[in-house]
Design a protein around this ligand. Structure first.
Ligand SMILES: *Cc1c(COP(=O)(O)O)cnc(C)c1O
Length: 430
């Protein structure tokens, strides 16, 4: 491996002159771990190559979407084929119908679904639709759950907002934030108590059923069920943000894994195959409140873009054809035990979380069930670990408060190399 950094450093210096912070999405800037980012020149399968020719095993996978690995042939072929017929029409195209039908066939709670251009748009539209449908203004969300950079949802959010220790963004009117009630995850009593007081004013509860933007932690048994019960009792809509978990955890997303049915679901990431896509769907009687049938306005010049639809469809079909979710679970469980072996002796200072193809190693003894517990992590030790892994050719997300992602291109070879790197890097970092 070359290990030079000259090209990346030169590009970043140049980027800083043109782009705020040198990046088009904050967490890419490495502020959570120190140092400066590398620039990607190309990526294939489980590997990404930087501008200096260094190669890394990639556990970020474009922050989740690339579940088949980088540059999967089926997806690239579908995009090339679609592109030959035109890049955008602004007229209904067959791919939109196919992707909508596919999502409906995978997720039984989705009666109708509309495509948009990002996960942010999907959650934003769900919130507007829930307010329009119920005629109520309040939204309940949970600490550490990230739903994109939507004004009403960028309150005690995860991901980049958390990495920077500034959970609330400037530029969000206090009077708007007041319409968002923030509660701790995995605490059904806190939810019940809020609903006792204000249940009739609450349009929706929105959550990541498996929070994967503050590292990764899981819903405790009964938590999701209790939210379903509370929502049904109060005429409040339950919105699952499955932008991350949709088509990463299972064909039917987290709602299939946990057997809890939301009213609305937001999708993104995997459904775009690496192109900018989002979608939201749910009960048909709610979705019919959207324009042009109903009074809730939502639109997009590039929504349902033929390339994006082709990429998403190809990725979903390939996942299905290759029995992808089973394969990802296998690789995930192998990686988990390899990492546990590598971490032997440090058990009191680490807490490893994994579900399917998502994982996170917190630098705290745990348990980690909510944001407050996640924040006990020794982020300086994580930073040392991150750079030690990077030097050994393994690229993890550059923040303690992000999850790692596997793809179908990750196999035993990658797992073994990663475990070896982790064993040495932990000894350096702790
Ligand atoms: C990534 C993510 C979003 C935002 O999606 P973008 O495409 O980045 O706008 C929303 N919710 C969750 C759970 C996510 O992981």
């Amino acid at each position: 491996m070359a290990m030079g950094r000259e090209q990346s450093d030169r590009l970043f210096a140049e980027a800083l002159r043109h782009i705020p912070g040198g990046v088009n999405s904050p967490v890419r800037a490495f502020r959570g771990v120190g140092g400066s980012p590398f620039f990607a020149r190309r990526a294939h399968g489980s590997r990404v190559e930087d501008a200096d020719g260094n190669e890394y095993i990639d556990y970020v996978c474009s922050w989740g979407p690339n579940i088949l690995g980088h540059g999967a042939k089926a997806v690239v072929d579908a995009v090339v084929h679609a592109a030959a017929n035109g890049l955008s029409f602004g007229i209904p195209n067959p791919g939109e119908v196919d992707l909508a039908a596919k999502i409906r066939s995978w997720v039984p709670s989705v009666g109708k679904v509309r495509a948009c251009n990002s996960g942010t748009e999907a959650t934003m539209s769900c919130v507007r639709l829930a307010r329009g449908f119920t005629g109520r203004d309040l939204i309940v969300k949970f600490e550490g759950c990230y739903h994109g950079h939507v004004d009403s949802l960028l309150v005690a959010a995860g991901s980049g907002a958390l990495t920077f220790g500034r959970p609330d963004s400037a530029g969000i009117p206090a009077r708007l934030a007041e319409l968002t009630i923030v509660l701790p995850f995995n605490d059904p009593d806190a939810v019940r108590s809020v609903f006792r007081d204000r249940g009739r004013e609450i349009a929706a509860i929105i959550l990541e059923p498996v929070p994967a933007n503050a590292g990764l932690y899981l819903p405790e048994p009964g938590f999701l069920e209790s939210l379903r019960e509370i929502c049904t009792a109060h005429g409040t809509l339950l919105i699952f943000d499955e932008v991350m978990t949709g088509f990463r955890l299972a064909r039917g997303g987290a709602q299939e894994v946990y057997g809890v049915t939301p009213d609305l679901t937001a999708f993104g990431k995997v459904i775009g195959g690496g192109l900018p896509v989002g979608a939201f769907g749910g009960r048909a009687d709610i979705m019919d409140h959207l324009a042009p049938d109903g009074p809730v306005y939502q639109a997009g010049t590039l929504s349902g873009n033929p390339l994006a639809m082709a990429a998403g469809l190809a990725q979903m079909s390939e996942l299905e054809a290759r029995d992808g979710f089973r394969a990802l679970e296998r690789t995930g469980s192998t990686l988990e035990s390899a990492l546990r072996d590598a971490a032997r002796g440090f058990e009191d200072r680490l807490c490893l979380k994994r579900i399917g193809s998502m994982f996170c190693m917190y630098f705290t003894g745990g348990p980690v069930r909510n944001l407050a517990e996640a924040k006990r992590s020794d982020t300086a030790a994580f930073g040392r670990f991150f750079h030690a892994m990077l030097r050994r050719g393994v690229y993890l997300a550059p923040s303690q408060f992000e999850a790692g992602f596997l793809s179908l291109a990750h196999g035993p070879l990658e797992v073994e190399a990663t475990a070896r790197a982790a064993s040495a890097s932990l000894r350096e970092a702790l």
